[in-house]
Design a protein around this ligand. Structure first.
Ligand SMILES: NC(=O)c1ccc[n+]([C@@H]2O[C@H](COP(=O)([O-])OP(=O)(O)OC[C@H]3O[C@@H](n4cnc5c(N)ncnc54)[C@H](O)[C@@H]3O)[C@@H](O)[C@H]2O)c1
Length: 304
């Protein structure tokens, strides 16, 4: 079985990837600087994986991390939109320069394929739905610019060098181990934590805003398919469930699952928040054979 490197393996999505790669028998290595990730996310498998505590911006750590590796799943990034607005230079250093350094190290180490995590943030708030990969992109934050650069660097490497690459544009990923304490973490993590504690949730706006929520297990499946599918090389691919759910629908579903009502406080809409989001996932279906398996209800149940 292949040797796989997961950058950002101590984070939310990365730790789920680690778990599944081990299950299928890969030799798994993690590179993480534990800035937003947690050692506890890796604790159950710590004895069966190699962990390199290091930074994407450190060429020596990258050379060690990529040596002998077949596949790279690049999740490490500063994923915080507001932080990127406050400090664009650091987001650029980690997400753009760090990705470039990783791609160089992967190329030089003879890695077969890199799958990089991009984001629906690259689409901005163009009201046209669903978002499909041929639409004009419109990044609205330094974070979105950094994700666009991440995917474009990966694809340029696929054209120029013997390093295959696939970029996955994740929509709103949710599931166990997503940190609800982060003010920027997904709305589902925060709503589930509140539902468990019987606490109030805050909705900015009237709750009609919608998102395309995709369970982390499906995002992991998409990564595994993207690492192998021949037609995926050099492509940008949306990863979502292809369904739109409003925040009010989400609240109703949580109330149903927990059997108690969830107090909601409505606050003024935040400027910069996009109103609606929905992905076209026909490319993921055609190129990867991707079919989301986890319904929102089932995913919420697991998260709760
Ligand atoms: N969660 C979502 O809904 C979502 C949506 C779109 C895209 N993404 C992308 O998916 C990826 C994973 O996101 P996540 O939600 O798991 O976030 P996360 O914060 O849980 O994971 C990111 C990991 O990267 C590590 N990291 C950060 N900077 C690093 C550096 N300089 N060197 C080494 N490691 C570093 C962190 O410690 C953390 O473990 C990110 O690239 C993010 O941009 C996530």
């Amino acid at each position: 079985m292949p040797t796989s490197l997961v950058t950002g393996g101590a984070g939310f999505i990365g730790s789920h990837l680690v778990e599944r790669l081990l299950q299928r028998g890969d030799h798994v290595r993690v590179l993480d600087n534990f800035s937003t990730g947690h050692a506890a996310n890796l604790a159950p498998w710590r004895a069966n994986i190699e962990v390199i505590e290091g930074d994407l911006r450190d060429a020596a750590a990258l050379a060690r991390a990529t040596a002998g590796v077949d596949l790279v799943f690049h999740q490490a990034a500063l994923p915080l939109v507001q932080q990127s607005v406050d400090d664009p230079a650091t987001t650029n250093a980690v997400n753009v320069d760090g990705t470039l350094q990783l791609l160089l190290a992967a190329r030089d180490a003879g890695v077969r394929r890199v799958v990089v995590a991009s984001s629906a943030a690259v689409y901005g708030d163009d009201p046209q739905l669903p978002k499909h990969e041929r639409m004009p992109i419109q990044p609205l934050s330094p974070y979105a610019v950094s994700k666009l650069a991440t995917e474009q660097y990966a694809l340029v490497f696929a054209q120029l060098y013997a390093l295959e690459a696939v970029a996955l544009r994740y929509f709103n990923v949710f599931g166990p181990r997503q940190d609800p304490r982060s003010p920027y973490s997904g709305v589902i993590a925060r709503f589930c934590a509140a539902a468990r504690a019987g606490a109030e949730v805050t909705i900015f706006g009237d709750g009609s805003q919608s998102r395309d929520f995709v369970a982390v297990a499906d995002v992991v499946s998409a990564n595994l398919l993207a690492a192998l599918a021949p037609a995926a090389n050099g492509q940008v691919i949306n990863i979502a469930r292809g369904e739109q759910t409003s925040l009010l629908e989400l609240i109703r579903l949580l109330e149903e699952l927990t059997g108690r009502s969830l107090p909601v406080r409505f606050a003024p809409a935040r400027s910069g928040d996009i109103l609606h989001s929905l992905a076209a996932i026909d490319r993921a279906q055609a190129l990867l054979g991707f079919r989301p398996q986890v319904s929102l209800r089932e995913g919420l149940h697991l998260t709760l």
